[in-house]
Write a protein that binds this ligand. Structure first.
Ligand SMILES: [Fe+2]
Ligand SMILES: [Fe+2]
Length: 214
């Protein structure tokens, strides 16, 4: 019995990850939390936009695999940020119910405009989100290189930050892939194209600004 207990204890000890770096500064910590909060809300929104579009366009069999592929990727993005939120103990945006209803409604409404309307929505959303992720990557690579290593005292970037950067850049690439898919599937044929895309871009920017703060 005691042997089993010892083995269990040693397994637990092996799986606890030792911190390699000292704590982030309050400003670094606050920005990291802001990144996780807004990205979790954004990916939740993306997931629900596709849910709405998929429902509205379910009578178009040729479109379903295209939407499903992008939707599956959004579900993965959303799950990843859900896990990061738990891991870093970041509270979700308090406006989460509004993001859910708004995103599903946006997906449904643009899907009801037809394939081109849905694709114009994707083009607009991914244009904003691609830029948003690039901005976060810039801040993370410029402001997190001075955290002291516990063993050597040298400044460097901690693994939690490099992991987050890797995750964001992978997702940024997939969002830009969605943008290309939308353009290849006639997003520019939506009418009124300019009104739809500019309204959605403004809405996304306002949502990002708000979810970063509340
Ligand atoms: Fe995404
Ligand atoms: Fe996307």
């Amino acid at each position: 019995m005691s042997l089993i207990l010892k083995r269990l204890q040693s397994t637990v000890a092996e799986t606890v990850i030792k911190p390699t770096h000292k704590a982030l500064s309050p400003a670094q910590q606050a920005y990291l939390e802001r990144v996780i909060r807004v990205d979790q809300a954004g990916e939740l929104g993306a997931n629900l936009i596709y849910a709405g579009q998929y429902m509205a366009l379910s009578h178009k069999p040729e479109l379903k695999p295209i939407l499903k592929h992008m939707w599956d990727q959004e579900i993965h993005h959303h799950n990843t940020f859900n896990n990061l939120q738990v891991e870093h103990r970041v509270r979700p945006s308090i406006l989460t119910p509004i993001w859910k209803v708004g995103a599903f409604g946006m997906g449904l409404a643009t899907g009801l405009l037809g394939k081109e309307g849905a694709m114009a929505c994707t083009e607009a959303v991914e244009t904003v989100i691609g830029g948003h992720y690039n901005q976060q990557l810039r801040v993370l690579s410029n402001n997190y290189g001075d955290v002291e290593e516990i063993e050597t005292g040298k400044p460097s970037v901690s693994k939690q930050v490099t992991d987050l950067q890797a995750q964001i850049s992978e997702f940024r690439d997939e969002e830009l892939e969605h943008l290309n898919t939308a353009v290849q599937n006639d997003s520019h044929e939506a009418r009124p194209y300019w009104l739809i895309t500019e309204t959605i871009k403004l809405t996304c920017k306002a949502a990002v600004w708000t979810a970063e703060r509340v």
